[in-house]
Design a protein around this ligand. Structure first.
Ligand SMILES: [Zn+2]
Length: 206
C-alpha cells in the first residue's frame, strides 16, 4: 500500500527540517526550462530563433534503442501482453508510483495499428484505474511526449493525495524533488499493480 501523505511529509521534514526546502532539481538547468531570474524577478526566457531541423531521437529506426535492446529480459518489466508491456523505473522516485506503458515492437506512437491503438486505450484506462484505486493516491496523470526516444512509451504518474501544491502538470516536478520512499513498499505496490492488470489479460512478471 502506498504511504500516507503524513508519512511522505515526515520524510521531507526529516530530510530538510520542518521549515527547510528540498534541493533544487536539475530541471532548472534544462534547455526547456522556460523561466529565468532577471534582476531578482522570475521572467520568461527570450524565445530563440527556430533551429534548422529537429534533433534525431534516441533509438531512431530501432538503432541503439534501449527498450529494444533490453527486450523481454528487461528486469524492470512488471507485466506484459502480446503487444505491450508495463515497465517500472530501476528504483522508487518521489511519487508513490511511476510506470510506463510501452509497445513491445519498435513503433512510434503514430505507428500503432487500429488493434494496437484500441488495446492501448483499454490498457491506459485499466492501468489508471488500478493505480487510482490504491490507498493514498490522489490522481494518476498519464502523458505521452516522445520527444526524447522514438520507441512508444506512455507515462502513468500516481501523485500522492492531499497536497494541494502537487497537482496538475507541475506535479511531475515534485516527483523529482520528493525523497523516494522505502523500496519494499514500492516493490509490493508494483506487484499489486501487475497482479491486478493480469486479471484483465497478459501476465504479471513480479
Ligand atoms: Zn525500440
Amino acid at each position: 500500500m502506498p504511504e500516507s501523505p503524513e508519512v511522505i511529509h515526515a520524510r521531507v521534514a526529516a530530510a530538510v527540517g520542518p521549515d527547510g526546502r528540498l534541493p533544487m532539481p536539475p530541471v532548472a538547468d534544462w534547455e526547456t526550462f522556460p523561466w529565468e531570474l532577471v534582476d531578482g524577478e522570475l521572467m520568461p526566457k527570450v524565445l530563440p530563433e527556430p533551429v534548422a531541423a529537429e534533433e534525431p531521437r534516441e533509438g531512431r529506426d530501432g538503432v541503439d534503442c534501449k527498450l529494444c535492446d533490453e527486450g523481454e529480459s528487461d528486469p524492470q518489466r512488471i507485466w506484459e501482453s502480446w503487444n505491450f508491456h508495463v515497465k517500472a523505473p530501476a528504483a522508487p522516485s518521489g511519487f508513490p508510483l511511476v510506470l510506463w506503458l510501452n509497445s513491445n515492437d519498435h513503433l512510434d506512437f503514430t505507428e500503432l495499428d487500429d488493434t494496437q491503438a484500441a488495446e492501448f486505450g483499454q490498457l491506459s484506462v485499466i492501468l489508471t484505474r488500478i493505480m487510482s484505486n490504491m490507498e493514498h493516491i490522489g490522481r494518476v496523470h498519464m502523458s505521452r511526449w516522445g520527444d526524447g526516444a522514438e520507441h512508444m512509451h506512455a507515462w502513468f504518474l500516481a501523485r500522492p493525495a492531499r497536497f494541494p501544491m502537487i497537482r496538475g502538470s507541475m506535479a511531475l516536478e515534485w516527483d523529482a524533488m520528493l525523497p523516494p520512499g522505502p523500496e519494499p513498499v514500492w516493490r509490493a505496490d508494483l506487484a499489486t499493480v501487475a497482479r491486478k492488470l493480469a486479471t484483465h489479460g497478459g501476465r504479471a512478471l513480479v
